[in-house]
Design a protein around this ligand. Sequence first.
Ligand code: GLN
Length: 504
Amino acid sequence: MSLLREAERCIANQGSHATLNALITTLQHLGPWLERVRDADTRRTQGTSKSAVDGRLIAIKDNICTRDLPTTCASNALDKFTSPFNATAVQQLEEAGAIVAGKSNLDEFGMGSHSINSRFGPVRSLRRNRDGESLSAGGSSGGSAVAVATAQCYAALGTDTGGSVRLPAAYTGTVGFKPSYGLISRWGVVAYANSLDTVGIIGKDVSSVREVFGVVNRPDSRDPTSLSSFTRSRIDSHLRSPALAARATSPLKIGVPLEYNISELSPSVLRAWSRSLAYMRRQGHTIHPVSLPTTTLALSAYYVLAPAEASSNLAKYDGVRYGTRSEGPNSATFPSGYLYASTRGVGFGSEVKRRILLGAFSLSADAMDNYFIQAQRVRRLVQHDFDAVFRAHQPIASGQPETNTNPEKDAVDVLICPTAPSSPPRISSLMDHNPRASPLDAYMNDVFTVPASLAGLPAISVPVTVESTIDSRDADLAGIQVIGQYGDDSLVLKVAELLDGRHL
Ligand code: GLN
């Protein structure tokens, strides 16, 4: 199919799927971009394409700055804000010939797991249960995932702080990749929790994800946490050491983290997991049970650390330095501080307010030792747990090990586990008006994704289908997660490709 035809189809799908609420801002018509797509088509026929994404439409999560379209973070705090510059990742895509397909809906500032905490209303997935009820699209990059699943774009950028690219991918049957922390620039990405935030990629398959990654996996001097060329080449030479390079041709050792077999795991997800492992074994790879004991504490630690960083990041939306201002009824008759309280009250939704309160509490003098400091300790232990099971050493850890590999006999190359403990819940069961909906239920969905986030590791969710059984409803599609050592992103993508879209 020509690029022009593909782009026209995307625009048509944006129109016909508008009720899914996946995109906050759409292209609507190809007019101004027509020439760019035509030029890309010509380059393609001449074999001179700028990149693998030349002429392709890429949706951008609406917490990533774009010069041509507003950036709202799905929040009232950022009303009518258009950035004067593109985020580095967007700039890199545009220079590679890609076209911004629109801005995708999300949980406000990336806080949530179902893309329902949005000022623009919830994202709707095409997936329904047998009773015809709408299912969660996952979050917070649910708009990006639904836009990809319904071909409103070729691929999409999301952000993943604790699972926001992987969970929506698992819930919508797409591929969601969170690279190692520091590979994709965060410059121009609105911060939620800086030490955890990564830009991630959602695509219909692993190869489209790899194409986008090839363009945005570059150093950026404007992001202090972006890995320099020097560090990147250090990681490459580490991975090229004979013991690790041999993995390209020899069978892989696949780790199965025992602690992920929790009681909340639904039978359909368990089945998808075990069949994925059986499939890998049939391909000649070996399966090894491993233990990541601190995993059980990871979720609690994440929900202390992420809100703590968020409360600090969001302090700037005070209506004076930044963001929408709410003056209040009559500022002369109200005490000073009214502007600030009123702005913060109007600007933020309830989940964001909850996170700010949680974060401000855990950073307060009395609570600091028991919450924030403990959570930092847990984060360290989570990283140690991963390092203890991977064959490749952490390549940029302080205190260089003498060898590149872990001497443990059963050290593994990648881990395979579910992305989420169950299939997507019904949207109606999650909304505020449901008296039984608790924020903790949403947090529980992140139990398998936050450990890799805390350790900064590359992780990807790929869809697999399993034959459904009579008793399970909508049980046939599940997201399977592949996690690798820091910097081992290529291996993670390679293993993901083996499982991507398999019917098991
Ligand atoms: N659901 C998690 C949270 O609400 C993760 C969000 C994300 O990765 N942006 O914090």
